[in-house]
Design a protein. Structure first.
Length: 394
């Protein structure tokens, strides 16, 4: 394996990610693989798998040039070097002219047998820097860190700078991106490109910069560009598992009110109830007012008192669940508008159901919602004989 890694590091670094799969295809025939690679890249081969000729000191310059200006030519370096044997300076001059690259004064080339200038040892934290960089900007490259570091051995600082330039990340001499508060929309854009156009992941920072302050517009444009349905929700915080209250903890009368509001107007938020209550500890009335305003819920003005054991129950509308179920299946974006819609169709709920089915081309079965029998109404209105069980289940 190390021989194959060394070979690709030298002759075609783009293949380093494929070493594992190539070795799997040649399992039991590794010597044949080594020979085949040398033939494919026109590299002299001996039975031990090493190049016969002494390394040409100009070779790395040509490899670096092609890696930057014509990566598909890296595999042809040895053939080109052979045709320019003894005229390497001319080759470098021709390459710069061919690709319109200003020719720099040639540094003295190190020849075999000459003492090498002292080199500073690589800092042991370079690997962690590369790992952290890819973890943030391109997680798919995490498995290639060792091979990339091997290709840049002794030039790790150059690697760090190259990565920042490649992914358009601000760079300081310390090798770290300039500290900026993480944009909460960035992960959404990264995830979108990862699914619909992975080649654009490296351009996310540049794109985010051009849409600074207009991130919702960016998300909308991306969905339109790739014909993906768009749900304007804004950046969501990562969901945390619901923090369940221990049975012995005193009942919080506000909690049920918040649960009822989210259950009716924004079911996706149910898992965040405990976190929200914790943030508003001691300011629960303010929380209820904010929620009522956010979801356009009529505020009945009842303040929850310490003596309350449960919040007042709203009058049951037998059509409401049907409308909620319908929107949940056909247009979840409208779930927050159910109460307003029902209010505008008060007394005409059957007409509302009929209109919804026609609007979304869904077959309609007349009959509507069934009335709740009196026994069920009495049961729902009566206090539970074991009020503590409900809170335990919640």
């Amino acid at each position: 394996k190390q021989k194959v890694i060394d070979f690709f590091t030298k002759h075609n670094p783009d293949k380093l990610n494929s070493v594992g799969s190539i070795l799997s295809a040649y399992i039991g025939r590794e010597a044949e693989l080594i020979k085949t690679l040398h033939e494919r890249y026109n590299v002299p081969y001996t039975e031990e798998g090493a190049a016969e000729s002494e390394e040409n000191p100009y070779r790395q310059k040509v490899v670096d040039f092609y890696r930057e200006h014509a990566p598909d030519k890296v595999g042809n370096v040895d053939t080109i070097m052979q045709s320019y044997k003894g005229r390497e300076e001319e080759l470098l001059k021709n390459l710069h002219a061919r690709y319109n690259v200003p020719s720099q004064p040639q540094e003295s080339v190190q020849h075999a047998g000459e003492p090498s200038p002292p080199s500073s040892p690589a800092s042991p934290d370079y690997k962690q820097k590369v790992v952290d960089f890819f973890a943030k900007h391109n997680p798919d490259k995490m498995n290639s860190v060792d091979s990339i570091l091997a290709a840049y051995k002794g030039r790790e600082a150059e690697l760090i700078k190259t990565l920042h330039e490649r992914y358009n990340v601000p760079y300081t001499e310390g090798g770290a991106a300039e500290s900026e508060e993480e944009n909460p929309y960035k992960q959404k854009v990264v995830d979108f490109y990862k699914e619909h156009n992975p080649e654009k992941v490296g351009d996310v920072d540049t794109i985010m910069k051009s849409y600074k302050g207009r991130e919702e517009e960016l998300l909308k444009n991306l969905h339109a560009r790739y014909n993906v349905p768009y749900e304007p929700e804004g950046p969501q915080k990562q969901e945390e598992p619901e923090q369940r209250l221990p049975p012995s903890q005193e009942y919080n009368p506000y909690r049920q009110k918040v649960l009822d509001i989210y259950r009716e107007h924004c079911p996706d938020k149910l898992g965040e109830v405990n976190t929200v209550l914790k943030d508003y500890e001691g300011r629960e009335e303010e929380l209820l007012q904010n929620l009522n305003a956010r979801y356009s819920v009529a505020n009945e003005g009842d303040t929850v008192g310490a003596e309350d054991s449960s919040p007042p129950r709203q009058e049951y509308n037998p059509y409401k669940q049907k409308v909620i179920d319908f929107y949940r299946e056909h247009n979840p974006d409208r779930l927050g508008d159910v109460s307003t819609i029902l209010k505008s169709y008060e007394g005409r709920e059957e007409e509302l159901l009929k209109n919804l089915h026609a609007r979304y081309n869904v077959p309609y079965q007349p009959g509507g919602a069934q009335k709740v029998d009196s026994e069920a109404e009495v049961s729902s209105a009566a206090p539970s004989s074991t009020p503590d069980y409900k809170q335990k289940v919640i």
